[in-house]
Ligand binder design. Structure first.
Ligand code: HPA
Ligand code: ZN
Length: 315
């Protein structure tokens, strides 16, 4: 089954490039940049990957991103992810990057963007993987800071297809970013947002009504609100679901409790994605395989999920 799932053509629509930083590359970049790490070796770092919630993960994810300093580092990070895509027959990807994680450490916006974008362009040419890049704002920071980031991004407007919203969800509702999302749409950018991962269904309503999002990232808590379920079914609003992430961050206690197939069978346009594969134990194929092993996902369901990912592309 793994090989069959691996061979399915698919798109990945929810992937944080910083979350694809494997411990081996993290150590190699630390050495290249002469950065001392608090972990003795790759194994010690990997064993720190045990989380009770989103915030515990984010603390380590931002700490790990500190080894990314140069344009070449961002290129190498992105290229390593694209090689994984190639190996798993991901033919199109719409990754997120978090510029504020880097500009707040003094790394210029263009250093981050140039490294990532060059790798994506090379990936199209050399690996045949198409892409659309999504600039994600950190929601634990202010809207004013998001505006500053947006201004830094505008000279590179054509490098992006959309803006997104990630980081700590609870206490940072989508409405906090309504004006900066309005501005992004006025520049012709599309919008997506993480909503309903840890946050309540109200956050999904706000993301739809105030941020005018084209896709919901995670969205698994929509199932608690029947009126919302009806809307996302009627309007066929895609959900970018990340099963291994949801179990690693205790959104569901166990993969057997995951609601993705229930949603699929109700007609929700759900897709399978890896979120932060270096931290959560696998890339897209491993996420599909987990659904087969724990929920008995059939080949026919896998085909529908993969087709949904191709249909839910923004570009
Ligand atoms: N949720 C919110 N923020 C994130 C995530 C996530 O799953 N991954 C990286 N940043
Ligand atoms: Zn995410």
């Amino acid at each position: 089954m793994y090989d069959w799932l691996n061979a399915l053509p698919k798109a990945e629509l929810h992937l944080h490039l910083e979350g694809s930083l494997e411990p081996e590359l993290l150590f190699a970049l630390a050495e290249r940049n002469k950065i001392a790490l608090p972990w003795n070796d790759v194994e010690a770092l990997r064993s720190a990957y045990a989380f009770n919630n989103l915030q515990e993960f984010l603390d380590l994810y931002y700490a790990g991103a500190d080894v990314l300093r140069t344009e070449q580092d961002f290129y190498d990070l992105t290229w390593a992810y694209l090689l994984k895509c190639k190996a798993q027959n991901v033919i199109h990807t719409e990754p997120f990057f978090d510029p504020q994680t880097h500009t707040d450490r003094g790394i210029p916006f263009e250093v981050v963007l140039r490294g990532i974008k060059q790798a994506l362009v090379d990936g199209e040419k050399q690996l045949g993987i198409s892409h659309g890049l999504i600039l994600s704002f950190l929601r634990h920071l202010s809207e004013e800071e998001a505006f500053k980031t947006f201004e830094q991004a505008m000279p590179f407007r054509d490098a992006f297809i959309a803006v997104g919203l990630d980081s700590s969800e609870m206490g940072h509702p989508p409405r906090k970013f309504q004006r900066v999302f309005d501005k992004a749409r006025s520049e012709g950018l599309l919008t997506v947002a993480h909503a309903g991962e840890e946050g309540p269904p109200e956050y999904i309503w706000e993301a739809l009504d105030l941020l005018k999002i084209k896709r919901i990232d995670h969205g698994v808590r929509a199932i608690e609100d029947e009126r919302l379920m009806q809307r996302i079914i009627d309007e066929q609003i895609p959900l970018t679901v990340c099963p291994l992430s949801n179990t690693k961050l205790c959104v569901f206690d166990d993969m057997r409790q995951h609601n993705i197939l229930q949603m699929l069978e109700r007609g929700v346009k759900v897709t399978v994605n890896s979120d932060d594969p270096a931290y959560f134990g696998g890339y897209v194929t491993e996420n599909f395989a987990a659904l087969h092993e724990s929920l008995g996902m059939t080949k026919e369901q896998a085909q529908r999920l993969a087709q949904n990912s191709l249909d839910a592309r923004l570009v």
